[in-house]
Design a binder for this molecule. Structure first.
Ligand code: ATP
Ligand code: ZN
Length: 210
């Protein structure tokens, strides 16, 4: 038996459920249940907040998970990744107020930056030799400059329209992300065999879409 954790409701949910179904795995999902069992594969599906998924898989509470690389790397468990899934592609970018001068990342030296990704951003700034003050906030990061909390932000961008609407412009890509399958480090021999079956099916689904 394998336990797979996926996001309960959010941008990963629909594509995660569709992928499991496209692998030929049948299950009944109802919006208010927190777990369900597949009817034709030894798989239990848990529905969780995406931020909790890396920790649960690292601890073995869940055997597998589907989560964005942004959340996985920020949580500090990149080594759990076993398969890139090709959906929920997005990027983590730095943005500054549209009118502000910006030549390079050095412009952020000594500045305040609001983000939900202090670990990924901190590493990026260190690699570029820049020291900034990071303010960790969990949501609505893009309003931070207009309320005087920060001179720049680092957040997930897909279309750029949220940035534009808040008078910001994207200046650096810090990290590129997509959804990945992750697995706990101590699977049994039987579970490893099931994981390989699952990966084989997921790869076939992706090939069929190309
Ligand atoms: P939860 O309530 O589970 O904590 P959340 O609000 O943190 O959800 P979502 O906005 O649903 O998270 O995003 C989940 C993941 O989807 C992100 O961590 C990222 O990997 C990916 N993602 C975010 N924004 C986009 C986007 N615009 N396009 C594609 N993928 C995205
Ligand atoms: Zn989340």
């Amino acid at each position: 038996m394998l336990r797979l954790a996926i996001q309960k409701s959010g941008r990963l949910s629909e594509d995660s459920l569709a992928l499991i179904r496209e692998c030929g795995i049948n299950f009944i999902s109802s919006s208010y249940k927190l777990k369900t069992e597949a009817t034709n594969f030894p798989l239990e599906i848990l529905f969780l907040r995406d931020d909790d998924i890396p920790g649960y898989v690292q601890d073995g509470v869940a055997d597998l998970g589907i989560v964005g690389q942004n959340v996985l790397v920020e949580a500090g468990y990149p080594e759990l990744e076993v398969e890139a899934l090709g959906f929920s592609k997005c990027r983590l970018s730095l943005a500054v107020p549209r009118a502000d001068a910006y030549a390079s990342v050095a412009a952020l030296q000594g500045k305040n930056i609001a983000t939900s990704y202090p670990n990924i951003l901190g590493r990026y700034l260190a690699e570029n030799g820049v020291q900034s003050h990071l303010h960790t906030i969990s949501g609505s990061v893009e309003i931070a400059p207009s309320i005087g909390l920060a001179e720049a932000i680092c957040d997930i961008v897909s279309s750029g329209s949220t940035l534009l609407g808040n008078g910001l412009r994207e200046v650096e890509t810090v990290f590129r992300s997509e959804a990945v399958l992750i697995a706990q480090p101590n699977l049994s021999v039987e579970q490893t065999e099931l994981l390989e079956q699952l990966r084989f099916r997921m790869q076939a689904v992706r090939r069929a879409k190309r």
